[in-house]
Write a protein that binds this ligand. Structure first.
Ligand code: UDP
Length: 258
């Protein structure tokens, strides 16, 4: 078996496996991966001609996809769908998929930045509030001194701004694009505009810029390990209760259907 050490990860993964296997949670596709596999697959995608989209699936995305068939289709067509959110890992394990772990958007983004620095692939940061992407770039460059940040931009995920944003990304020569417009806007933006932006690999990262820049504190490691990150976010950002109440129906439906 062709086993190699995953780039920037201590996990050993099977590189002969090629494309990760997929499962479905409440009818929504998700790939059964651990971080090392996700990262290796991204590394392969960066070497493959074309435009590849990564989706970080959490239970809110799954519940959104129940009503939005276009979003469900987008997830089905993506190059990689990682199990972000402990609720997704829990559902996959209930189905007998043992070899999965939580691959959060922020952790995958940081690993991809390390990979991009080693390979000298330029990155572009799009989205979040004014100043946040630039601050994120500064933090990342400090963490990965060889990282090339080709550019940052603030903007909205509307069709009016898209041509100018795409031109900016294309002109920057970035191969790896991170988009922080929140779900599902960021994912639809990538689906519709990635080709025009020229980026080989693009991933929607939600609030990751807010965390990396230090604008918002991430849950302490212990809470993350106890699968309580959602609770910490709720304490810090109480307005999230509206979004998070779908988690109750998610739990109920997974218990019933899987
Ligand atoms: N955002 C943006 N433009 C918009 C809507 C949202 O730049 O029109 C940004 C927002 O500032 C935040 C990110 O998108 O940085 C979404 O973060 P959120 O915490 O909602 O995402 P989650 O991590 O929950 O998916």
């Amino acid at each position: 078996m062709d086993r190699i050490r995953a780039e920037s990860s201590q996990q050993l993964v099977d590189m002969s496996a090629g494309k990760p296997s997929s499962a479905a949670v409440l009818g929504v596709r998700v790939d059964c991966v651990i971080m090392g596999q996700a990262l290796n697959h991204c590394a392969q995608l960066l070497d493959t001609a074309g435009h590849h989209q990564v989706v970080t699936l959490n239970p809110e995305f799954v519940m959104h996809a129940q009503q939005d068939t276009q979003f469900r289709e987008l997830v089905r067509e993506a190059s990689l769908v990682v199990p972000d959110g402990s609720g997704i890992v829990w559902a996959l394990r209930r189905q007998g998929n043992a070899d999965v772990e939580r691959v959060t958007g922020i952790d995958l983004m940081l690993q991809l930045c390390a990979l991009a620095a080693r390979r000298q692939v330029a990155i572009f940061l799009l989205g979040a509030a004014p100043g946040v992407a630039a601050q994120t770039a500064a933090v990342l460059q400090q963490q990965y001194p060889k990282l090339i940040v080709a550019g940052t931009a603030v903007g909205a995920p509307d069709a009016v701004q898209a041509p100018a944003l795409c031109a900016q990304i294309r002109d920057s020569g970035a191969g790896l694009l991170f988009v922080a417009f929140g779900c599902p806007a960021q994912d639809f933006w990538i689906q519709q505009h990635q080709r025009e932006s020229g980026a080989c690999l693009a991933m929607g990262v939600g609030g990751s810029f807010d965390y990396i820049s230090g604008k918002v504190a991430r849950a302490p490691r212990r809470m993350q390990q106890m699968n309580l990150e959602w609770f910490y976010r709720l304490l810090r950002q109480p307005w999230r209760w509206r979004r998070q109440r779908v988690l109750i129906s998610y739990l109920w439906r997974v218990l019933r259907e899987h």
